[in-house]
Design a protein. Structure first.
Length: 92
């Protein structure tokens, strides 16, 4: 597992206006699923440190440990598309 000391001691902030963008998308019924090359534990640690909550600020998180083959394999994009209950035209 990645050494999380830096993530525990250093500030973690969102990209500028990410929260506003997520809110605007979700208000229009567009699902927001984040994608990271980190494992699930690290990804969730970082998202929690920012203060985002699943179901409130975003709809899902896909990590490298969630799929059999991560980048550059398309599984990290296709997996949430197939698992989220939304019409195909709203998935990407």
């Amino acid at each position: 597992m990645i050494n999380l000391i830096a993530y525990k001691t250093q500030p973690v902030t969102e990209q500028p206006n990410a929260t506003k963008l997520f809110q605007a998308l979700r208000q229009r019924g567009i699902l927001v699923v984040m994608n990271t090359g980190y494992d699930r534990h690290t990804g969730e640690t970082l998202v929690k440190k920012i203060g985002w909550q699943v179901g409130i600020d975003y709809d899902g998180l896909v990590t490298a440990s969630d799929v059999k083959a991560n980048r550059p394999n398309p599984g990290m994009i296709l997996w949430p598309c197939s698992s989220m209950a939304s019409p195909m035209h709203r998935r990407l």
